[in-house]
Design a protein around this ligand. Structure first.
Ligand code: NAP
Length: 334
């Protein structure tokens, strides 16, 4: 009881923040250099085709950010914004034509698609050599075999964040909360390849806190605002918060941000919502050794890794597998 009271006092142990911005910029600068090199060597500008169907506002923002990142690093981009009435057949036709076009290196289909279109079939239609999202079954299979492939961008970004921040992985107890195809499963594979001992937990896990509180490295991707609290976190652990949730109510914000809620409340009054992760930041600050903020953590790395996958596709398609290239395409520790 005393412990709980003590742990509620603010700033007794302030977790170090692992910010994504500097690392994302570093990766984008590296990609920009690779783009210049490819242009000098082959007179080729790498290119990304982004496909979006319907008028989902969040998807439009995500695609816009990806196109903007392409401009920053010198990748040519094209944006295929199709109406919500587009049929699966029409979308397939577009994918087929992008697959065969020599001047398209990467194909990105922004998810979710309208419910009438089967996402799995569309993803499988993408040429695996242009699968810069890493969602194609060929990419997933190669990743699970530990072979070089396109790695989904968010998990790849988490690995960059950990490695460039010199956070140990080998031999650590890592717990991944969430088992989605885009985050939970691939990050577990990548950590396993780096010799962590992995536990994957999910909504059916019994006594989640007993499992997660053993982890030196806790990766959370569940889509539940502030769900992971002090009881889930081992003292001193590194906590990577992948969640991106819109929160609109002020009481929740006070519970999540404690003494620092006022900035978030201001954001809600201006914009109608604030973005929060799956981890309760005020409680994590009391227990964790390090944690990623939301926003400003993992999210920034996702787009940078998409840029890296695109230059990788451009080089691979031209048979360029120099040492730099190898490190860019590998899902193995470097
Ligand atoms: P998802 O496909 O909805 O999967 C959620 C996973 O969390 C499922 O495996 C689910 O378990 C598990 N889960 C749900 N409630 C749980 C609970 N109470 N306890 C334990 N596990 C629970 O989600 P996702 O696509 O991986 O996304 C997760 C979060 O990350 C979302 O907030 C999303 O917006 C965010 N995200 C951010 C980025 C980025 O760039 N920063 C990228 C991708 C996703 P079951 O399998 O048992 O249902």
């Amino acid at each position: 009881m005393q412990l709980a009271e003590d742990s509620k006092s603010p700033n007794t142990n302030r977790a170090e923040l692992l910010e994504g911005a500097a690392i994302a910029n570093q990766i984008k600068q590296e990609v920009a250099r690779d783009v210049e090199r490819l242009m000098a060597e082959r007179e080729v500008r790498p290119s990304l085709a982004a496909v979006r169907v319907g008028d989902d506002a969040a998807s439009a923002v995500y695609v816009r950010n990806k196109i903007r990142a392409c401009e920053e690093v010198g990748i040519r981009s094209e944006h295929h914004a199709l109406p919500g009435t587009t049929t699966a057949g029409e979308l397939m036709d577009l994918i087929s034509s992008l697959n065969t076009r020599e001047d398209v290196d990467g194909i990105l289909v922004q998810l979710p698609l309208p419910k009438e279109i089967e996402e799995a079939a569309i993803i499988e239609a993408i040429d695996p050599d242009k699968d810069v999202d890493g969602f194609h079954p060929v990419s997933v299979g190669r990743l699970s075999m530990g072979r070089p492939t396109f790695v989904p961008c968010t998990p790849a970004g988490i690995i960059e964040l950990l490695e460039r921040s010199a956070i140990p992985i080998a031999g650590e107890n890592a717990c991944v909360v969430g088992r989605s195809q885009i985050v939970g499963r691939p990050i577990a594979q990548l950590l396993l390849q780096r010799d962590a001992t992995i536990t994957i937990s999910h909504s059916r896990t019994r006594n989640l806190a007993a499992v997660t509180s053993q982890a030196d490295l806790l990766i959370v991707a569940i889509g539940r605002p502030g769900f992971i609290g002090r009881e889930h976190i081992k003292p001193g652990a590194t906590v990577i918060d992948v969640g991106m949730n819109k929160v609109t109510d002020e009481a929740s914000v006070r519970g999540l941000f404690g003494a620092e809620a006022s900035k978030r409340l201001e954001i809600i009054s201006k914009r109608g919502y604030t973005l929060v992760g799956d981890v309760n930041p005020a409680e994590a600050d009391e227990v964790a050794g390090r944690r990623t903020p939301v926003p400003g953590g993992v999210g920034l790395l996702t787009v940078a890794m998409l840029m890296r996958n695109t230059i990788k596709a451009a080089r691979m398609r031209r048979g360029l597998v120099g040492s730099n290239q190898q490190s860019a395409i590998s899902n193995q520790p470097e």
